[in-house]
Design a protein around this ligand. Structure first.
Ligand code: ATP
Ligand code: MG
Length: 366
């Protein structure tokens, strides 16, 4: 038995391509931790998702939930299948239950260009995008999930919920992140994205943002409407730094942001609360490409890097941060010379080729 710090990771491979990208991601995590040597990872594979619902009649078994609660971090691939639904017709989506159950209010979606991949925007400044979208992940319009009403087959209603305690923590999280980014050489400003000109709930959202901004007066605070933000994300994404927004707006804008860097296969995410955190690629289970060997594991690799960096900070393990940085550098190195283009970006590299290239880069950094 070694005396190294041990970190227990709850692993949900979920559905669809989740099964194809999980193993390579765990191999990469193990390789990165062995290479730095200062900590050990143990993985506990847990069932949940559409397949589990089909087999057991429950999408997120109690044992899985309890094991996830006991773990140091939760690593998740993708859950849900279009034809597996709850009786009310909505998709089986236990990844959303985890966010509610563990109060994972801050959905962090870094948007960073990877050099060597085909550009999406013609402007050369788009080759070096580096901004972060923070999507509130426990309330907003999603608070209505499973509670919407249809009356007399004539009218349907979903209700948006914005609460003060969640907003305060969310905005503080955004300002803290901006401060860290500024310390690392970025401009480090926060923009609140809402629709405060139309909706009472968003006016309240912005009011709380203004209050928290006053408490973080060393950080630039800006406000923008979501429609204008969608336009600017295409026209001038290089000007963005930290954006913070409501759940539904964040859901939509994060797919748009992923599109700017080449698609869902490259977009990592973290859902962070005060006690727990889930790390998973932004994409879903992509049933259309299951079994073809085409699933791009990069988004999950980058989510693994985020997980290591979060664990490093929480447990003060420097080698854990080093391992996270090593995974990110390995991804950059693998794609950097332009010879490795994944299938979802129009190339021919599938899961195996991308994994091998990133693993090789991890073992032989330049
Ligand atoms: P959700 O409903 O959870 O958003 P989804 O099944 O609609 O999930 P998305 O993640 O939104 O899937 O992805 C849309 C499409 O993008 C997929 O159908 C697939 O073709 C492609 N895609 C997504 N992730 C990947 C990936 N990792 N590698 C390759 N292609 C992907
Ligand atoms: Mg989708």
């Amino acid at each position: 038995m070694s005396n190294l710090p041990k970190l227990d990771i709850a692993v949900f491979e979920g559905d669809g391509i989740g099964n194809e990208i999980t193993e390579p991601s765990l191999d990469l995590l193990s390789a990165a931790s062995e290479q730095t040597g200062g900590f050990e990872l143990t993985f506990k594979r847990l069932p949940a998702g559409a397949g589990t619902y089909r087999q057991e009649g429950i999408a997120l078994p109690k044992e899985s939930l309890n094991a996830a609660r006991a773990a140091d971090a939760i690593f998740l691939a993708a859950m849900g299948l279009p034809d597996v639904r709850y009786p009310d017709g909505t998709e089986v989506a236990p990844q959303l239950d985890l966010r509610f159950e563990f109060n994972l209010y801050a959905g962090v979606r870094p948007v960073r260009s990877v050099a060597g991949l085909p550009p999406v925007l013609a402007d050369p400044r788009a080759a070096a995008l580096d901004f972060v979208l923070i999507r509130e992940s426990t309330e907003g319009l999603f608070a209505s999930r499973g509670k919407g009403v249809v009356e007399n087959d004539q009218e349907a209603r979903d209700t948006q919920v914005i609460t003060r305690p969640v907003c305060e923590r969310l905005f503080d999280f955004a300002f803290d992140l901006a401060a860290k980014r500024r310390a690392a050489g970025r401009p480090g400003g926060v923009t609140c994205v809402d629709k405060a000109n139309v909706f009472t709930s968003f006016a309240f959202f912005r009011q709380i943002f203004d209050e928290r901004a006053a408490l973080h007066s060393d950080i630039d605070a800006d406000r923008a409407y979501v429609d204008a933000t969608a336009l600017n994300m295409i026209r001038r994404p290089w000007d963005l730094d930290v954006l913070v927004t409501e759940n539904m707006f964040g859901d939509i804008l994060s797919d748009l942001a992923a599109g700017l860097i080449g698609g869902m296969g490259l977009a990592p995410s973290a859902d962070i609360g005060d006690e727990h955190a889930v790390f998973q690629p932004c994409h879903g289970s992509a049933p259309d490409i299951v079994g073809q060997g085409k699933a791009n594991p990069t988004a999950m690799f980058l989510s693994a890097a985020m997980m290591l960096e979060w664990l490093a900070e929480r447990h003060s393990i420097a080698d854990c941060a080093r391992a996270g940085a090593a995974i990110r550098s390995a991804v950059d190195q693998a794609f950097g010379d332009g010879g490795l283009i994944p299938a979802d970006l129009g190339g021919s590299a599938g899961t195996v080729q991308v994994t091998q290239a990133v693993m090789t880069a991890l073992r032989t950094p330049r």
